[in-house]
Design a binder for this molecule. Sequence first.
Ligand SMILES: Nc1ncnc2c1ncn2[C@@H]1O[C@H](COP(=O)(O)OP(=O)(O)OP(=O)(O)O)[C@@H](O)[C@H]1O
Ligand SMILES: [Mg+2]
Length: 208
Amino acid sequence: MSSRAYDCLTKIGERIIENKDYLTDLDREIGDADHGVNMARGFHAVAEKVPADMEDIGALLKKTGMTLLSTVGGASGPLYGTAYMEAGKVVAGKTALTAEDLKLMLDAAIAGIQKRGKAVKGEKTMLDALIPAYETYAAAVEAGDELLPALEKACAAAEEGVEFTKTIHATKGRASYLGDRSIGHQDPGATSATITLEALRDFLKEEE
Ligand SMILES: Nc1ncnc2c1ncn2[C@@H]1O[C@H](COP(=O)(O)OP(=O)(O)OP(=O)(O)O)[C@@H](O)[C@H]1O
Ligand SMILES: [Mg+2]
């Protein structure tokens, strides 16, 4: 039998793989047309390597992060790999998540991405989806929301963040070579980050 955490991870992987061409097309406009291919390769490897019966969410995320790190490649491989591994550290040994756990996981994932990629908000990266999502999520939880309603608000903030990436020019990664010509295009990494959060939201919604 597969664990609930594994089923959730599978949903995330399926969504990424379904959006392979979409993500790659976005990266064709401002990068090198490989983001969807990179991410899909990573999640195919995750499906092969992560044991389905793994219940410890921390261990599952660690294994996922290590697998992404060694298979995704590009700029996003180390960044997503680090994000999953750092998120896993704060929930080591847990088999279910509280609203507070997810807040800590998002915070740790973002800190890991920033430590590795040296980017801040507003540079047209995945952080432009993740940071507003985290801020919205944390505010909702502090105001008393349960996990799912807070995550729904966070997903809306991530989508707004993706829209925002169309209005700014890139200063990190390959897209920065385009300068102002990157304006008008949506960031692929912000899009894949939003797809990830929405997959988590939809998994939890379907369970209700
Ligand atoms: N320093 C960074 N910090 C956070 N995210 C970044 C950084 N550099 C790139 N990214 C994200 O990675 C995405 C591109 O990932 P991809 O899988 O296409 O790798 P890549 O082709 O090597 O990347 P790039 O062309 O940006 O160097 C971007 O859309 C952006 O969101
Ligand atoms: Mg690329």
